[in-house]
Design a protein around this ligand. Sequence first.
Ligand code: AMP
Ligand code: GLY
Length: 425
Amino acid sequence: MKVMVIGSGAREHALAWKLARSPQVEAVLCAPGNAGTARVGRNLPEVAATDVHAVVAAAKAEAVGFVVVGPEAPLAAGLVDALSDANVPTFGPTKAAARLEASKGFAKDFMKRFAIPTAAYGTFDDAEAAKAFVRERGEPMVVKADGLAAGKGVVVADTVEETCAAIDEMLVDARFGAAGATVVVEERLVGPEVSFHAICDGERYVALAAAQDHKRLGDGDEGPNTGGMGAYSPPPMVTPEIEAAIREQVVAPTLAGMTELGCPFRGALFVGLMIVDGAPKVLEYNVRFGDPETEVLMARWDGDVLPLLLGSARGDLSGVQPRWGAPAALSVVMASEGYPGRYPKGRAIEGLDAANGLEGVVVVEAGTTRDGDATVTSGGRVLCVTATGADVREAAARAYAGVDAIRFEGAQHRRDIGWQARGDA
Ligand code: AMP
Ligand code: GLY
C-alpha cells in the first residue's frame, strides 16, 4: 500500500519514519514534507497541506491507498471529508469533529454538557461583558481566542488588569482576526501538565502512553512559550489511578458525546490536561497528534503502526493493542537562533549521520530542507533529537549525546528536558 502523510514538521517525519517500516507499506509520500521525510519517502513539495483540492488530486494521481493527516488546519478545512468523498481512507477527524480543537467555545460547551472536568469559564464576543465577568471573579484568568491561532491565542494572565488587557487585544484590537472575535475566559488552574493521546475509531479507542511536553523556551520552564522544546514518556505524575481517571472521566465521555452530537470522532484525540490536586482537568482538546509528543510515542511504539492508524480510519480498532517496545523515550528540540521570534534560515546542519548512528537515537527533522548535498535549517524548530531507553534517565543521556553530536550556527536547546522524571536536575 502507498501511504501519504500530510504536513511538514517533526510529527510528520516521525509518522512517515514509522510507517515506512511497516511490512504492508510499499512507499510513503509526504505533502509537502521536509528533508527528513525525504529520507524515508518521497516529498510532494508543491502540494500545500491546507490546499484540500491539491491534496485530493495528488492522492488520486499517485493512487494512494491511505492518507494520514498531521496538522489541525487541513482537518478544520475539511480535508478528511473531501478525501472520504474521493474514496481515499484517511486518518483524522471530519471537519465537524475537528471543532473540538478549531473552536474553544465549542469544546468548553461540549465539556460542560457532558460533565467532563475542565476549568470554569465564560464565552464572550463583547469586551465589556468579558471584563465585567473577570472583575466580578476578582482574580487573574486565562484568555483564549476561540479559533485556531497557531498555538499563540492563549494568554495566562497574572493580574486582573492583564486579563482585561488580553480581552481588549483580542476583542477590540482584533489581534487574531476572526479567530479571536470570540474569546473563552477561564479559571486559571495550577498543576503539572500532561498530554494524553487516544486513537479513536468513532466508538472504541486505543490509549497511547502518556507524555509530557515542555512549552517554555528556557531551562527551569522559564522564558517565552514555544511550540514545544522537548517531550518525554512516560511522565511519573500519570499514575495508574490518574490514567484510569483520564480514560473514564475524559476519553470515554468525549467519544460518547461526539457520537451523540452526530459527529463520531476518528483519528488522534490528544487531550492536554492539568493534574489539579490529584484530579485531571482538560485544558484543551487537539484533534491530531502532538508535536513533539509524537516523536517519543513513535519511538516507543513497537513494530507496525499501520494497523493502529488504518483501524482508526476504517472505524474498526477491535483487536488492535498498544505495543510499547521501549520503556521510555525523550526528545530534545534544537531550535533556530531567535526562535520563537524571528529566525534566520539556510544554516548548514552538521553531524546528523553521527547522531543517528548513536545507540537508541533517531534524529527527527522539523524545519529542515535540502540545499544541494547539505541539509539546512528552514524553520524555528529545526530538529527533535529523540532517543529510547530503559528509563527516562537513560533516554535523556542518549538524546543529549545526539544533541552534542550536531552543530548549526545559533542552535538553542534546553538541557533539562524530562527533569521531573530524571531525578538529576
Ligand atoms: P491551550 O492552547 O489551551 O493548551 O493553552 C496553552 C497553554 O496555556 C497550556 O499549555 C497551559 O500551559 C496554559 N493554560 C491553558 N489553559 C489554562 C488554565 N485554565 N489554567 C492555567 N494555564 C492554562
Ligand atoms: N505539543 C503540543 C501540541 O502539539 O499542541
